[in-house]
Ligand binder design. Structure first.
Ligand code: TXA
Ligand code: MG
Length: 338
C-alpha cells in the first residue's frame, strides 16, 4: 500500500475512505490523528493494528458539533456542558459513561468514552463529510513522539494506511487535555494540555491534577486512564530531563560529553551553549513555543543521530505542565534535579 498525501480539496475522497471502513490521517490543532468511524469496530481494529497499540488503551472520539455529543454518552452533567461551552472547539477531551453507540473496542473495553470537538477546520470538515463521529488516537506508532506535521505521520505510517490529509503544522503541538469528573463539582486532569488546570478552574469549582501526571506510577496501580501506564512519546535516543536554571544546566552539560550527546534548550540558552561548543538545539522561549516544537525536535534529533538528549525542563504550571508531562515519559522517568 502506498500512503497518499491529500489536501483540503480531497476531503470528500478521505470521507469516502472512512465510510468504506478505512482509516485516514487527520490534522488537528493538537497533533495529527489516525481517524476512522467511531461506530465501525472493524475499522477501529485497523487503527489499533496500524499504530501497534495495546487493545486496552481507548481512542478519543471526535465530533464537529456539540449536538453530536449526547448520543455517545449516557448523560452530560451541567459542569461538562459549561466546559464545552467555554473550551470547544478546542483541545479538551471529556470522559463520561458511554452509550451502546460506541463499540467496546473503541473504548478499549471501558464503560466510558472521551469526546472532543477539535478546532482544526480540516478535522471538522472531515467529520462532517464522513457523517459519523471519528475515533482518532495520535497518528504515531505506539510509544513514539506524536506527529505534528504530515511528514512525521508519513514517517511512522507509510505503507500502513491509505492516506493522510496534510493540514500543515499543528498549532498546539501537544495532545488535548483529558479530564474526567470525580463528582458534580470536581474535574480530574488525567493528561494536561493546552487547556490548563488554571483555565479549568475558571469554570470548575474544583480541579485536581491526577498524581500520575507528574510522577511515575507504582507497579499494579489501578489507573484512571490506560494511556498513563504505557511508555510514551520516546525518540530512539535516550532522554534525560534536567530541572535547573540556565547556569546549573550548563555546568551539568559540561560533564556530559560525547559524539551523540545533544542538549534541547530554551532559545535564550543558545549563545552560552555555543560558547561551550555543546550540540544544542533550541525548543522555544515560552511554554506555548516549547509545546509546539518539542515533539518535532525529538524526531529531528533522532535523524541527526543523537544517542542521548539532555532536555532543559520546562515549568510545571500553565502549558508547561503538558510539556513536562510528555518529557518525563519520553525520558522513561530519568529526571535529574540540580
Ligand atoms: O489531541 C488529542 O487528543 C489527539 C488528537 C488526534 O485528537 N488524540 C490523542 O489520542 O492524543 P491518544 O489516543 O493518543 O491519547 C488518548 C489518551 C490516552 O492516554 C487514553 O488512555 C486516554 O486519552 N483516554 C481515551 N479515552 C479514555 C477513557 N474513556 N477513559 C480514560 N482515558 C481515556
Ligand atoms: Mg498518543
Amino acid at each position: 500500500m502506498i500512503t497518499r498525501l491529500l489536501g483540503a480539496d480531497d476531503i470528500p475522497a478521505a470521507a469516502a475512505l472512512i465510510r468504506a471502513g478505512d482509516i485516514v490521517g487527520m490534522p488537528t490543532e493538537t497533533v495529527y490523528g489516525l481517524a476512522c468511524s467511531a461506530y465501525d469496530a472493524d475499522a477501529v481494529r485497523k487503527v489499533f493494528a496500524a499504530k501497534g497499540r495495546p487493545a486496552d488503551n481507548p481512542l478519543i472520539v471526535h465530533i464537529a458539533d456539540p449536538a453530536e455529543w449526547s448520543p455517545l454518552v449516557t448523560e452530560i452533567p451541567p459542569l461538562a456542558q459549561k466546559l464545552a461551552e467555554r473550551f470547544w472547539p478546542g483541545p479538551l477531551t471529556m470522559i463520561l459513561p458511554r452509550t451502546e453507540r460506541i463499540p467496546a473496542v473503541t473504548a478499549g473495553g471501558l464503560d466510558s468514552v472521551g469526546v472532543r470537538l477539535p478546532a482544526h477546520p480540516l478535522a471538522q470538515a472531515l467529520i462532517r463529510a464522513a457523517g459519523v463521529p471519528l475515533a482518532a488516537p495520535s497518528g504515531n506508532r505506539s510509544g513514539s513522539p506524536s506527529p505534528t506535521t504530515a511528514k512525521h505521520m508519513l514517517d511512522d505510517m507509510n505503507g500502513r494506511i491509505p492516506a493522510i490529509i496534510d493540514g500543515g503544522d499543528c498549532l498546539c503541538g501537544v495532545e488535548s487535555t483529558v479530564i474526567a469528573f470525580d463528582d458534580a463539582e470536581t474535574v480530574r486532569v488525567l493528561r494536561p494540555g493546552f487547556v490548563t488546570p488554571e483555565q479549568l478552574q475558571t469554570i470548575a469549582p474544583q480541579v485536581i491534577v491526577d498524581g500520575a501526571v507528574l510522577s511515575q506510577l507504582k507497579p499494579d496501580t489501578v489507573v484512571r486512564s490506560p494511556g498513563m501506564k504505557y511508555k510514551h512519546y520516546a525518540p530512539k535516543a535516550a532522554v534525560t530531563l534536567v530541572n535547573g536554571d540556565a547556569a546549573h544546566f550548563l555546568s551539568y552539560m559540561g560533564k556530559c560529553t560525547g559524539d551523540g550527546v545533544f542538549a534541547l534548550v530554551f532559545d535564550a540558552d543558545m549563545p552560552a551553549c555555543q560558547t561551550l561548543r555543546l550540540h544544542a538545539v533550541p525548543y522555544g522561549d515560552t511554554d506555548e513555543q516549547r509545546a509546539q516544537a518539542f515533539f518535532a525536535r525529538l524526531r529531528e534529533l533522532d535523524e541527526a543521530g543523537a544517542q542521548h538528549i539532555y532536555v532543559r525542563a520546562p515549568r510545571t504550571d500553565g502549558v508547561g505542565l503538558a510539556v513536562y508531562n510528555r518529557l518525563i515519559r519520553a525520558a522513561g522517568y530519568d529526571v535529574v534535579t540540580l
